[in-house]
Write a protein of this length. Sequence first.
Length: 267
Amino acid sequence: LAPRAGTCYQQAKQVLHAAVPDRLQGREREMGILRQFLREHVLGRRPGSLYVSGAPGTGKTACLSRVLLDCKDELARSKTVVLNCMALGSPHSIFPALAQHLGLPVASGRERIRSLEKHLTAQGPMVLLVLDELDQLESKGQDVLYTLFEWPQLPSSRLILVGLANALDLTDRSLARLGAHPAGSPQLLHFLPYTKEQLTRILQERLGQVAGDPVLDSAALQFCARKVSAVSGDARKALDVCRRAVEVVELEVRGQTLLKPLPGGES
């Protein structure tokens, strides 16, 4: 029993990591909206922007990553750039980072922004720019965010911008001026915190991948889901709690195995 127990705990810990699963429980509607947006804009060659908001652990990045993987063939003719703004030194660093991804020569200041604008309004494939942790680009006067969200509205633009952030009101707070444009504000998609039922299904589906008897029983999963949904609805937190629980059980089992008397009565 002991060796099997060992491997089943290892497997359980593996499936409880916050990786992007094949199927995202309770996010069918949001996945549909993301897919529809990409098809309409990338395949339909229509510039535009989408702002995705939601608290941490509500599945924003996981859903978008899944949709980008699922639609890889459809998006093959366009250029996709994914950047995490948390990794940038300052809000203005987004421009050299983007220029580098698009293979543009190094330029500085206004010239850099002008060359990017020129590139994004020239003939060519659609450019899909995904910016995670978008709130890191907030700056004095919001010039960085305004510049980015105005690019899809330039005549003959080929930019499709998707921004993800925790704050629901980022666009109202920081991009109020965009509403004055006819094509104006970005399309909005909000991810609500996961409910107790959704978290239970997420945990059951993950642990269902481990062969043999359930590692954590159903009542324990529901208890965890209830507690996490009451505080935050953060799926990563629920996965974390279960992973720690498995580690505790694993250590206990290992301890018991070491203390078992050997067959034949030897100590």
